[in-house]
Design a protein around this ligand. Structure first.
Ligand SMILES: Nc1ncnc2c1ncn2[C@@H]1O[C@H](COP(=O)(O)OP(=O)(O)OP(=O)(O)O)[C@@H](O)[C@H]1O
Length: 290
């Protein structure tokens, strides 16, 4: 089953402050969506609305055409995984997984046990006594093994070391391809996670500044390097994100359709056209103007 998420003119206000402002988008394919944004950009705010943990101040969220808030049928289809405070969690892993299995109909215990081994998680210790990274791995196991049609991971890698994060990413990719579902990953580890994303959403100060296919994003961005005057002439009508000058050499980051003819022209003018990464784009799209 493929779910459909419709977000329309969503705002979330705290007093006069807009944590989210007029955010609209649709997610309608079983893909991996990367939600990126700087600290305080509104990622957790948006995800908690998607998960019906809170209501928006304005605008609407619909999942499969229905408002999910206090709608048990829809909420069954949504799983919000975040780094919760486990300091009072005296239960052990086995018991926790058993509890999850009871209310997540697609939960696969065999797969969960496989992941527990993969992540090297102790089953005989109360959760609160696990290290931070291990607690995050527990969350990853729950999120993956539940196989919920809409699975949301809010910075779930927190505290995991690099090899553990790598296991998480590999398992996520593999399980998503075998059991396609909507997976939303919020992160600021962009350069490390970009290859996971089918689509990218960038939030900046509560506003959605980009929602594109990952491939499109990467092909639309380019760096143009060469003699200053030639670079200026070539990029004058383009959307410039960033400029670097070194002596008489200039490197300009542009974003927009660069036609084959344009690329050819660049070469004829002795300019070098290089790729930019999602991380570059993220940094320059969300730069403060202070
Ligand atoms: N209960 C609240 N009362 C007032 N302001 C809040 C509240 N919750 C969140 N905010 C503000 O809303 C903004 C967005 O917060 P949010 O947690 O959604 O950001 P984020 O993108 O998840 O950040 P991070 O990457 O640091 O986790 C922040 O400026 C935050 O201070």
């Amino acid at each position: 089953m493929t779910m459909q998420i419709d977000v329309k003119n969503l705002s979330l206000q705290f007093g006069n402050y807009y944590a989210l402002k007029d955010v609209s988008f649709q997610l309608s394919d079983n893909k991996i969506y990367g939600l990126i944004g700087r600290n305080g950009a509104g990622k957790t705010s948006l995800l908690s609305i998607l998960a019906s943990f809170r209501e928006p101040t304005n605008g609407t969220l619909k999942i499969n055409g229905e408002v999910p808030f206090e709608n048990a049928k829809i909420m069954q289809q949504v799983n919000f995984i975040f780094n919760k405070d486990n300091q009072d969690e005296t239960e052990k892993l086995e018991r926790i997984l058993g509890d999850v299995q009871r209310y997540r109909p697609n939960f696969d215990m065999e797969y969960a046990n496989y992941l527990v081994k993969k992540f090297n998680l102790p089953v005989d210790k109360p959760i609160r006594k696990l290290s931070k990274g291990m607690q995050s791995a527990v969350n990853a196991v729950i999120g993956l093994a539940s196989r919920t049609p809409i699975t949301i991971f809010d910075e779930v890698y927190n505290g995991m070391d690099a090899p553990t994060r790598e296991i998480f990413y590999q398992e996520l990719l593999e399980d998503q391809s075998e059991h396609p579902r909507i997976i939303i990953l919020s992160t600021h580890l962009v350069s490390e996670m970009d290859y996971l994303f089918d689509e990218v959403l960038i939030l900046n100060k509560g506003q959605l500044v980009l929602h594109e296919d990952y491939e499109t994003v990467v092909t639309k961005g380019a760096s143009i390097t060469g003699a200053s005057e030639a670079v200026d002439a070539f990029t004058q009508s383009m959307n410039i994100l960033n400029t670097k000058q070194l002596g008489n050499t200039k490197s300009v980051m542009v974003y927009g359709e660069l036609s084959d003819a344009n690329r050819k022209l660049a070469h004829q003018n002795g300019l070098e056209v290089g790729p930019i990464s999602l991380q570059d784009l993220f940094i320059h799209l969300t730069e403060g103007e202070e």
